[in-house]
Design a protein around this ligand. Structure first.
Ligand SMILES: Cc1ncc(COP(=O)(O)O)c(C=O)c1O
Length: 357
């Protein structure tokens, strides 16, 4: 709000703060709000909502899968995928700092009854050898081991700093997993960042994955919603689990319209976020007291490591005093995320704020 209580529309953001906490803070722009306003809706639980259907078909096509399901969040997409791919007592292989393991409340255990085997990644990226070594099977173990039936990947990797999987690595992991009767689910919350950074299509990146989730409400700018895609059979099962998890939504076309708008208008512009992240990372890395692993800055995130015994929490407060918001990830690291409400001038101001502390 401005001083006189009028919403500030500069940068189409309802605050004049430079908000680098996450790309989840993005708000629908006026053009997206127009699409929401005119959406034709129906009862999606009864299969009547044409806008939800249109979004699901569009997303399935972009992801090269037979079918797709609209769900409320990335966490729900992953939870439904895990439940549909596994049985209680199964084990899932995933990267040690991935979102499903770190930030989804242990849903894999509570909702699907699964254990996890963690593989250490390089900037969040795991190798086919690492996955192969982590897969365990009951058969041949005198019943000692659980059955690994699922491998989860994350592209881009959030805790890996927004890093991207080479498509060859995904293919190798899928091959090794398939040979061991394991499905592969791709947590593609930011898959389109990987598409824009790598120049490889979404469909090709996940060609060999059994399922993929994407978030519409992060860099793509929709207010709510994620997509889970896979074979028609898999999506049939996922539909049932979505219902049981309480995720059936009625006139959901009102928000699905924003998802369609996002897929049609906000994919290519992710390149701007990446360029701003790179410029910010280079500038901060050149300052005393901070270091950024520039090779890991591949998309819209920058992890800043603090040197010289500085405390991340204190720095966050000092930056906030200058109008720049970001999160401390540990006591010695900060994360800045670039998105559609961050302009070139904002990047200049954020760099100046770092130089000032
Ligand atoms: C990689 C990744 N997967 C899944 C999610 C979960 O998305 P949501 O917040 O919509 O549940 C996030 C959220 O930040 C994420 O970064």
């Amino acid at each position: 709000m401005s001083e006189v209580g009028v919403p500030i529309t500069m940068r189409e953001y309802s605050t004049d703060r430079i908000d680098l906490r996450s790309d989840t803070v993005t708000q629908p722009t006026s053009a997206m709000r127009d699409a929401i306003f005119t959406a034709v809706v129906g009862d999606d639980v009864l299969g009547d909502d044409p806008t939800v259907k249109a979004l699901e078909m569009k997303a399935a096509k972009m992801l090269g899968k037979e079918a797709a399901l609209y769900v409320s969040s990335g966490t729900m997409a992953n939870a439904v995928a895990i439940r549909a791919h596994t049985n209680p007592g199964d084990e899932i292989v995933m990267e040690a700092n991935c979102h499903i393991y770190t930030y989804e409340g242990g849903g894999y255990a509570a909702l699907s009854g699964c254990s996890v085997a963690l593989v250490k990644g390089e900037n969040g990226i795991i190798s086919a050898d690492g996955v192969g070594a982590a897969i365990r099977k009951t058969k041949g173990s005198q019943g000692h081991y659980p059955d690994t039936t699922l491998v989860c990947l994350e592209n881009t990797s959030n805790r890996g700093g927004g890093s991207c999987y080479p498509v060859e690595t995904i293919d190798e992991i899928c091959a090794i997993s398939k040979a061991q009767d394991c499905a592969v689910h791709m947590d593609g919350a930011r898959l389109f960042d990987a598409v824009v950074a790598s120049g490889v299509s979404a469909a090709r990146l996940v060609e060999n994955c059994d399922s993929v989730s994407i978030c519409l409400s992060k860099g793509l700018g929709a207010p709510v919603g994620s997509i889970l895609a896979g074979s028609a059979d898999f999506i049939d099962q996922a539909h049932r689990w979505r219902k049981m998890f309480g995720g059936g939504m009625r006139q959901a076309g009102i928000i699905a319209a924003a998802g369609i708008f996002a897929l049609e208008n906000n994919v290519d512009r992710l390149a701007d976020d990446h360029a701003r992240a790179a410029r910010f990372g280079e500038a901060v890395n050149a300052m005393d007291g901070f270091s950024v692993e520039l090779s890991a800055v591949q998309t819209n995130m920058v992890y800043v490591a603090l040197t010289a015994g500085q405390d991340a929490g204190i720095l966050v407060n000092r930056l906030a005093d200058q109008g720049v918001d970001l999160f401390d990830i540990s006591s010695t690291s900060l994360r800045a995320v670039f998105h559609l409400h961050v302009t070139d001038e904002d990047v200049d101001a954020a760099i100046a704020a770092f130089a000032n502390i």
